[in-house]
Design a protein around this ligand. Structure first.
Ligand SMILES: O=P(O)(O)OC[C@H]1O[C@H](O[C@H]2O[C@H](CO)[C@@H](O)[C@H](O)[C@H]2O)[C@H](O)[C@@H](O)[C@@H]1O
Length: 916
């Protein structure tokens, strides 16, 4: 237990806000220099706006009551003409009635408390950036029209307003517009003077969706899971962890739409927290080039817990639309990464990013802090001192332990009380000399069982260890006011914050700042909270270990003044330099760094349908070169199950039926597999084993390019693969005619990858130095084939024999397909002329098969008919995948759709062209 030892020599882990801001500025300048758009704006996407909205609708004309019918008049009191209303005549609507006063806003806005760290961070960024905060209005409270009108958009606490709600569906477009323009004028209390504008933009949600999303999926499904609670342990009316998925998805979609509406190229987008985990991928589809960051404020559980979530893949894919995902701690980021690897089978790049079909999401962490200056100011509030004095007087002569938590299972209040009892048991000298003041504020959802448990435990301890003049535990279950809160933190001789799980925990930081003016008292923290990784000088404990917590309490209460001071100074430095301001600036910095990194800057555009169609229709001869796995058939777990779909077969059959088309499959598969599934397609050319074999269109025999090669290495590779297969459960070997593949897709993903690296290392640094082989890293496989053959060579060969092709479409998804794309870089880089021509030397595969030197010499260079615009090299995968291809599509289905489309348009054109 490291923390129980004498404190280490203080380390300087402080961060300078000025430095981070300067770095942000520099990064932006550098990006501009590289012509990468930087707007200087940040879009912050938060579940709630930091504003509450109350609404008092003006009555519509038809809702204004008409004057009541008057009784028959007596001659003596004939009323004046109705055109002359009398003062005080209550039967007539007063023209100045507040409800009718068009000038008076229907809306009143007030500060929404909560998430103060995030909100103050965002506010502070206004020093350097214009921002747009997008969030839900929350339930709209109904305020009475008789309420005094609000003078401006900035108002005080609306707690006096009636709490009935206004249905969002009852709001008109005008009502919504009115709120939007008031929000545009709104300025938060903490916005810096002369700061840049913060625009507040509401997301309008259907009330049912909004509650299904938040009270349902967020609070009943995700929140417990992220805090290591499986649903049967928390939900009293447990239905299904999948209930409320639909509103979760709907609300996320509404947020993404709103962001897309306000987005401008060069904006940075930061999405906050577990309420919005699908927004990144929705934005990636809508705004492929946007720089999107996702910050997860909660813990992220171990993959073994996370995998219980029915929608685990949807959630991970949703998050992975971001360019960067940041967590509070390294350990949460590690859990996330292993969930991606284990649940989805995604791979981790050498720099720790997650690779999804070529789109790499960087993973990082950046702990949030508090607004230390504001907290320090708050501790000086005049109302605090009298409360502090009162507490001191009340507990005079006794040590005070303070705990303040939400009454929520994960906050560990029960465990803390048990540990306190253990303190009194193990260190009886404290009986009568120490009190625990535990304040619990109500959680979002009541838990009567937990409340009962806590009360019983308090009563038990007080009964067991208390006396007429001594009550050991003082438990207050209520929301306390700010002054009371700071008085409590300041008076403590020991702070005990010991949740079973907590994303970060800001109370511990507020404790340290409060103690700066008073006792510099020590702090006990649970090791299961995010903040523990930065608060290294706190006494860290496992909240489940009662003896350990009791010992830490004893230690904290008896600590020397010198040690207290030393520890406090270190904690204070951490808290006052790792603030909400530095956190917010660091997020901006990290996303800009990501933006500048190579992966993000190089986007492969989506294949241009019109241009493809135009060149296809124009060409007298067209060449199609398709990889198979991952290009014409999606990747599946078992290789033999990757059979072509009905649509794929239809596309190949119709393409090959057109005499203008020359179509080849160029695959790593063996000829047997290709023949079995595609052999029946007339006129389909096939190349197997990464260019080792070719079967020309219309022929039934294969030409073997490896015949004359030394293939003795195969048995040696097989031995090595066998060694690894024995040690990697779930892996298997695929032996082909002249290549061999070791698959580990069904093995434990981390172990499989580790073994793959070991095996690759052995093959490359040992066998490949002596033998004419190449080791290829494929999709969860390792392949070895002869050095002399590759897919690029085959492409050159096909092109060499079809020099009159005027259109080339070549698609592939993995590294071996890059050889094909490389072979099709026929024009020097930067060629802009659409009529540029190219010449091709005879490739090795042509001369190699020549029977004699003279025969080989017959083959000279050929002039190609192709022009630069008519070569469509197409990577299947994400637009940010690193590739030599000029275009991309995302899935094999899209490849097939494009092919079917070309065949269709050519078919539609055929009758008219023949009639010409
Ligand atoms: O050149 P390709 O047509 O892309 O073939 C490359 C290798 O694909 C096969 O393995 C891959 O696809 C399987 C089915 O989706 C998948 O289970 C496996 O994990 C992938 O690595 C094939 O088995 C190999 O022989 C090919 O060389």
């Amino acid at each position: 237990m490291d923390s129980f030892a004498e404190p280490r020599k203080p380390i300087d882990n402080s961060i300078s806000l000025a430095d981070v801001r300067a770095q942000v500025h520099k990064l932006e300048e550098d990006l501009r220099d590289k012509n990468i758009p930087v707007s200087g704006r940040i879009i912050q996407v938060c579940h709630y706006l930091p504003v509450t909205c109350a609404f008092a609708r003006r009555p519509r004309p038809e809702e204004i009551p008409s004057p009541p019918a008057t009784p028959p008049a007596k001659a003596a009191d004939i009323p004046p003409s109705p055109t002359e209303p009398q003062p005080g005549d209550s039967s007539l609507p007063a023209p100045k009635d507040a409800a009718l006063d068009k000038a008076r806003p229907q809306w009143s806005l007030a500060v929404r408390y909560g998430h103060s760290a995030m909100v103050s961070g965002i506010d502070s960024l206004a020093t350097t950036h214009e921002q747009i905060v997008i969030g839900w209005t929350g339930d709209i409270q109904a305020s009475s029209p008789a309420e005094p009108p609000v003078a401006s958009a900035v108002t005080s606490d609306p707690s006096g307003l009636p709490t009935s709600k206004v249905a969002t569906s009852s709001l008109t477009d005008e009502d919504k517009k009115e709120l939007e323009s008031m929000l545009e004028e709104y300025r938060s209390r903490d916005e810096p003077e002369n700061g840049k504008k913060i625009h507040y933009v509401p997301v309008w949600l259907d009330d049912k969706d909004a509650h299904g999303h938040y009270d349902g999926y967020c609070k009943q499904t995700l929140w417990p899971l992220f805090h290591y609670l499986l649903w049967q342990d928390v939900a009293t009316e447990y239905a299904s962890a999948d209930a409320h998925w639909a509103p979760y998805a709907a609300v996320n979609a509404a947020f993404a739409r709103r962001v897309a509406e306000v987005y401008r190229p060069g904006d940075l987008i930061w999405i906050h927290d577990y309420h919005l985990l699908l927004v990144p991928s929705l934005l990636r589809q809508a705004l492929p080039d946007a720089a999107v960051g996702l910050f997860v404020h909660t813990p992220f559980p171990s993959s073994e817990v996370f995998r219980c979530l029915p929608r685990r893949k949807e959630i991970l894919d949703g998050m992975l639309g971001a360019n960067l995902i940041c967590f509070q701690t390294y350990s949460y980021s590690r859990h996330f990464t292993s969930s991606c690897v284990r649940v989805c089978g995604y791979e981790v790049t050498s720099r720790g990013g997650i690779d999804v079909q070529g789109h790499v999401t960087a993973i990082g962490y950046c702990p949030v802090g508090v607004d230390a200056d504001r907290v320090a100011k708050d501790t000086l509030r005049p109302g605090i001192q009298p409360k502090l004095d009162a507490l001191r007087a009340l507990y005079e002569g006794k040590k005070i332990i303070v705990g303040r938590d939400k009454l929520d299972v994960v906050k560990g209040v029960v465990q803390k009380l048990r540990a306190f009892e253990k303190l009194l048991q193990d260190y009886p000298q404290w009986i009568g000399n120490v009190v625990l003041i535990q304040v619990t504020s109500p959680a979002l959802t009541d838990s009567p069982k937990l409340e009962r448990q806590v009360s019983e435990l308090v009563a038990h301890i007080n009964g067991e260890y208390g006396s007429l003049d001594f009550i050991p535990v003082h438990h207050y279950h209520q929301t306390i006011k700010k002054d009371e809160f700071y008085a409590l933190l300041s008076v403590a001789d020991l702070g005990v914050i010991t949740p079973l799980r907590d994303g970060m925990n800001t109370t511990s930081m507020e404790f340290v700042i409060s103690q700066e003016r008073t006792k510099k008292s020590p702090l006990i923290l649970s090791e299961f909270m995010g903040i523990s990784s930065t608060m290294t000088e706190a006494l860290q404990i496992n909240p489940w270990n009662m003896s350990e917590v009791a010992a830490a309490m004893h230690r904290g209460l008896t600590m020397s003044e010198e040690e207290k001071l030393r520890r406090h100074q270190q904690l204070y430095k951490t808290v006052t330099t790792h603030t909400s301001q530095t956190w917010a600036a660091m997020l901006a910095k990290k996303l800009l760094e990501r933006l500048g990194s190579q992966n993000m800057a190089r986007q492969t555009p989506f294949i241009p349908k019109g241009q493809l169609e135009q060149h296809y229709l124009k060409a007298k001869k067209r060449l199609f070169l398709f990889d198979y796995d991952g290009t014409l058939a999606p990747i599946v777990k078992v290789p033999s199950a990757a059979v072509p779909s009905k649509e794929t077969l239809e596309a190949l059959e119709t393409l090959t039926a057109d005499p203008k088309n020359v179509v080849y499959i160029i695959s790593g598969r063996d000829g047997e597999f290709l023949e079995q599934h595609l052999g029946h397609i007339k006129n389909l050319g096939m190349s197997a084993e990464h260019g080792g074999f070719i079967r020309e269109p219309g022929e039934s025999t294969w030409r073997n390019f490896t015949e004359s090669l030394d293939m003795s290495w195969m048995s040696e590779v097989l031995e090595i693969f066998k060694y690894y297969t024995e040690r990697t459960t779930g892996s298997h070997i695929e032996v082909k005619k002249s290549s061999i593949t070791w698959h580990y897709r069904s093995a434990d993903p981390e172990w499989g990858l580790f073994q793959c690296h070991q095996c690759q290392d052995l093959l490359e640094n040992n066998l490949a130095r002596k033998r004419p082989i190449e080791v290829l890293v494929g999709k969860k496989n390792l392949e070895v084939r002869p050095l002399a053959v590759n897919k690029g060579e085959i492409v050159k060969r096909i092109l060499y024999f079809n020099p009159d092709a005027e259109f080339i479409f070549c698609a592939g998804d993995d590294k071996t397909d890059e050889d094909m794309f490389r072979a099709l870089l026929l024009f020097p880089q930067g060629t802009t002329s659409p009529t540029a021509t190219a010449r091709l030397d005879p490739p090795l595969s042509v001369t190699l098969l020549a029977s004699s030197k003279e025969d080989a010499d017959k083959f000279g260079p050929v002039d190609l008919a192709i022009t630069p615009d008519a070569v469509f090299t197409t990577a299947v995968g994400h637009s940010s995948k690193r590739t030599l291809a000029s275009w991309h599509v995302t899935t094999p289905e899209e490849v097939v759709e494009h092919m079917l489309h070309l065949v269709r348009v050519a078919g539609e054109q055929a009758p008219s062209s023949s009639s010409l």
